[in-house]
Design a protein around this ligand. Structure first.
Ligand SMILES: Cc1cc2nc3c(=O)[nH]c(=O)nc-3n(C[C@H](O)[C@H](O)[C@H](O)COP(=O)(O)OP(=O)(O)OC[C@H]3O[C@@H](n4cnc5c(N)ncnc54)[C@H](O)[C@@H]3O)c2cc1C
Length: 584
């Protein structure tokens, strides 16, 4: 296989032990060993590979391609048994922008008035002009890391606000593949809301530009568009009823927004499809002006019963973010405090350490609150922002909670670091145990939280697990990450059993099994529980329309017999040993 591919593939084709070991993992608890890892040089490589795989599928029945960027997927979405296609080595470049969006829209009229096309030809690598800060676009290859992307956008005062907590390690194609989201999603939405257009290579090996168009033009389009359009229209009522009643959802194929206001946008379906329908080779994102000033209100809760009402009241003030973490996360943060000092300069380090004093005192007094809520407000100047914080504090004073408005950036950083690092803290420190993300991304509407959280804690308390709970309180999305000893015989049983119990509870409160981390191998077996048989049939039909030979990332979204998507497959692929060198 390797030598056949090397005849047409310009990038590297690797199958040494170290590479195969490394690519057997993503940030999930699973291990699936690939046969080859490929690093495409350009779109031509990807097209040729897809064509070759399609043509040779009957000769090698297990042949498939799992597209991969940074491999930080927590669901097993970025691992597979056949070919892994890694975009981060070469296909990681800026293609164009940032440029104001009206530049694109007005391009044609401007060209007419400006025959030399000066502004229209303004692209990557050239110095950005003094444009006013307005929504802009930027086009990148999928393998560009978010940290590099952010340097470009923040440098222009712009941001992609759906960035993840993994923003220092993930890449743009993975955000597209998972329809990722983060702390600012509450106000600004998910990745799906920032995709203007893409280039995608489908199962026939052809690269197409995908962008929205008026629905009445569908008859002029290719078969694939018409089939998806018909499928959605024929099942309109069923699809509408199946939509989870939550603020965000990454489970299954995202069929709800493909047709909206007489516009047909296939990207709404491709985003979040985990590379199971096609491979994205270029993404044009919308980016928006970043906030100049921001401030946090930290709210400490000992009793969770008023949580639903409190969240509602806070949301009335339209915060940028409303995040939360529990007492266990805070205890870990105090215990492993030196970790937070890394990468901070001496002055910042001293300020930061000083800001931790209240937490140290809480440790001595044993008085950790059960949950800490962080409401962030932003605006164009410090006074506006401070006024918003003060108004909120005034409004919620009847709850009689301890509330604190942060005084400076170091203090705000402390809260943010604890929130963002909660998962990493667990991963790094407890010997003989590993983090086990499998109920890591549940979501229910915030009004259900006061009932939902105690029921959830009751289920978890039946198992002897150390876990942290942190997440996006504003939309009721919580990340539960237990620590488990993978050498124990009952670990697999617990993972399957607990997954089922927690997802039953999520269904009882009409939530979703994944708000942002997606299905992958770990949640695909539970999709039928969430959506029912008929919606699964629609998902299966979608897969067939795009990928009838099942060459793209099998076992994710649609269960297969041998390549994932079942509970048995999970049980067989739990990574008992995990070489720390390969941890994501
Ligand atoms: C510590 C930590 C914190 C995290 N926090 C968040 C969070 O706040 N929010 C969140 O949403 N997620 C979070 N995640 C999960 C993960 O980081 C994100 O989903 C991330 O965007 C994935 O990016 P990646 O580059 O690592 O993608 P990968 O893991 O490489 O891939 C993700 C998926 O996209 C598919 N894919 C990759 N490239 C392509 C392509 N070119 N074409 C089509 N499909 C492709 C893959 O097949 C896979 O299914 C977190 C993970 C960790 C480890």
């Amino acid at each position: 296989m390797k030598s056949e591919i090397q005849k047409f593939f310009k990038g590297e084709v690797e199958d040494d032990e170290d590479t195969l070991q490394k690519y057997s993992h993503d940030a999930s608890l699973l291990e699936v060993r690939p046969k080859l890892v490929l690093f495409p040089k350009d779109s031509e490589d990807v097209k040729n590979l897809v064509k070759w795989v399609g043509e040779n599928k009957s000769r090698y029945p297990d042949l498939s391609i799992t597209p991969r960027c940074a491999g930080t997927d927590m669901s097993g979405g970025a691992i597979g048994e056949s070919i892994i296609l890694d975009f981060t080595r070469y296909m990681n470049k800026l293609i164009g922008g940032p440029l104001p969006i009206d530049e694109v829209q007005n391009n044609i009229s401007k060209k007419k008035n400006n025959p030399e096309g000066k502004r229209a030809s303004y692209g990557a690598g050239q110095k950005f002009r003094n444009y006013p800060l307005v929504p802009s676009y930027i086009t990148v290859q999928p393998g560009m890391f978010y940290r590099d992307f952010e340097k470009i956008t923040l440098g222009k005062g712009l941001i992609l606000p759906c960035y993840t907590a993994s923003k220092s390690i993930n890449a743009m194609g993975g955000m597209f593949g998972n329809n990722s989201a983060g702390e600012r999603t509450l106000k600004y939405g998910k990745t799906e809301d920032y995709i203007l257009s893409t280039k995608v290579i489908f199962a026939d090996g052809v690269e197409r530009t995908i962008k929205p168009f008026p629905l009445n033009e569908i008859s002029e389009k290719e078969e694939m568009y018409k089939k998806i359009c018909d499928l959605i229209k024929q099942n309109e009522e069923e699809i509408k009823l199946a939509k989870p009643k939550v603020h965000k959802n990454s489970a299954g194929y995202y069929v709800w927004n493909v047709i909206q206001n007489n516009i047909f946008d296939l990207n709404k379906l491709l985003v979040g499809s985990q590379g199971t329908l096609g491979i994205v080779t270029e993404i044009t994102f919308k980016i928006i002006p970043n906030n100049k000033y921001s401030k946090l209100v930290a709210i400490f809760m000992n009793d969770l019963s008023p949580l639903g009402r409190l969240v509602d009241e806070i949301l009335e003030y339209s915060p940028e973010t409303l995040e939360a973490y529990d007492d266990k996360t805070m205890k870990l943060a105090v215990k492993f405090f030196p970790d937070f000092l890394k990468n901070k300069g001496l002055i910042a380090m001293t300020r930061f350490a000083w800001s931790f004093l209240p937490e140290f005192l809480m440790t001595i007094n044993g008085g950790f609150p059960k949950l800490i809520l962080l409401a962030e407000f932003a605006g164009d100047n410090d006074k506006i922002v401070n006024d918003k914080c003060v108004k909120l504090v005034e409004k919620i004073k009847d709850f009689r909670l301890k509330v604190h408005i942060t005084k400076n950036q170091a203090e705000a950083d402390k809260y943010w670091d604890i929130r963002r690092e909660s998962f990493a803290l667990l991963r790094k420190h407890i010997k003989g145990m590993r983090t086990a993300p499998f109920i890591d991304d549940i979501i229910v509407r915030p009004e259900f939280l006061p009932k939902f959280l105690p029921e959830l804690n009751l289920i978890l308390s039946k198992y002897d697990l150390l876990y942290t709970l942190a997440g996006h309180a504003g939309d009721g999305n919580f990340h539960i990450i237990p620590l488990m000893d993978f050498s124990r015989k009952d670990t697999t049983k617990i993972i399957i059993e607990l997954g089922k119990k927690v997802y039953d509870l999520v269904m009882k409160y009409q939530g979703s099994i994944t708000a942002e981390h997606n299905d992958g191998l770990i949640r695909t077996p539970f999709l039928e529980k969430m959506y029912g048989e008929n919606i699964i049939k629609i998902f299966t039909e979608i897969k067939k329309i795009f990928d009838s030979k099942n060459i793209f990332n099998p076992g994710k979204k649609i269960p297969t017999e041998h390549m994932g998507g079942t509970k048995e497959y999970i049980a067989m692929h739990i990574a008992v040993e995990h070489d720390a060198r390969h941890a994501v």
